[in-house]
Design a protein around this ligand. Sequence first.
Ligand code: IMP
Length: 422
Amino acid sequence: MQTLAIIGSQWGDEGKGKITDLLSQKADLVVRYQGGNNAGHTIWVDGKKIVLHLVPSGILHPHCLSVVAHGVVLEPEAFMTEVNRVREHIPVNGKNLLVSENTAVITSWHKLIDAAREGQGAVKIGTTGKGIGPSYEDKIGRRGLRVRDLLNKDQLFKRLSETADEKIFLLEKRYNIKAPTVAEETERLWTLGQTMKEFVGDAFGILQDSLVRGKKVLYEGAQGTLLDVDYGTYPYVTSSNTTAAGIHTGAGTLNGRVDEILGITKAYTTRVGEGPFPTELFDEVGQYIQKTGNEVGATTGRIRRCGWLDLPALRYAIQCSSLTSIALTKLDILSGMDVLRVCEGYKVDGKVFTTARPGMDLARVEPVYRDLKPFKDDFASDKLSTELQAYINLIETELKIPVGIAAYGPDRQQIKFRKDYF
Ligand code: IMP
């Protein structure tokens, strides 16, 4: 196996960071290909907590080259703050961190517009407020800035001038928010560009060369399938392709190939922000999972909504990304509960569907549950109880792909490999 992708198979926050961190040990390159600092991967190094938002998880392994590819949207100030935070633990330089010169930039205006729309817009999405959507809008609208523009002051001023009027007008006249001028934004971004210059390069070319030379590449997905702008629960989605398709447009592959596409799946389901969530629990069971699982957003500190495992949504996630196996995380949180359920179908107008569909109004579906025997494992040894084994077997049988990893906690010893990766 030369290439491996890590994809969130639910609404994000599936525990991708820990698995990526572990598998990065065997990778030569770790590549972020979509999203931006809306993501939050919590990783522990020597007992210290590091939350990575934009820098790929490979940065914690000195042998790895971490790549921020062109499909990402990059907020230069947040990027440099994060780099400097990682530098407290590990040297970070142009040798182990590479940013594509074509990566789209998030400006101050994007962040202000994101926050303003959330406050006053027609549809409240519950965004992370990081300017992700507005930056992707400009990219698709062919008005965006790219990282290479930060390195040429005249070009930067020109690009910003071309599009500033609309943004400043919108912020000041519609939202009554004071916006930075073109000159101020040029100065700010130029200064940041100078500090990040050493990281900027031809990421696509370097990735292609590395693939040809047989280097092992891990594509690190952010967010989850149901937040994908095309496949997700639109409009309550993020603005990028979080599914495997994003790898091809946002980073590049060799001969269109990704050998293993690993879907990270929490043993239950969570969601932050607005939008439909068929298996959401509004009772004390949901509160128990939220508390025990410490389900609080790493980026925004918001409490995550919690519910049972949703097989129709997972079957759909498998189809969207051609997942080849899954990693089942946070099994320990369900241990010791009095009830254990999985959603095996959605009832819509009296008909039962086993797989979610993009056109399906998930706010209207009624989950069909199967009750299972709860498990009470303490995970002191590798031997699983019959009940937990039955839970895993059911998931494998229903999803028709293997559970390649089962995780009972964040530590290395609590993440069990049932299949070889890399
Ligand atoms: P945005 O990506 O900030 O535009 O937010 C759009 C939606 O995606 C909101 O519902 C966010 O809560 C959600 N979202 C974005 N990033 C993440 C993430 O890393 N984990 C979980 N939800 C996320």
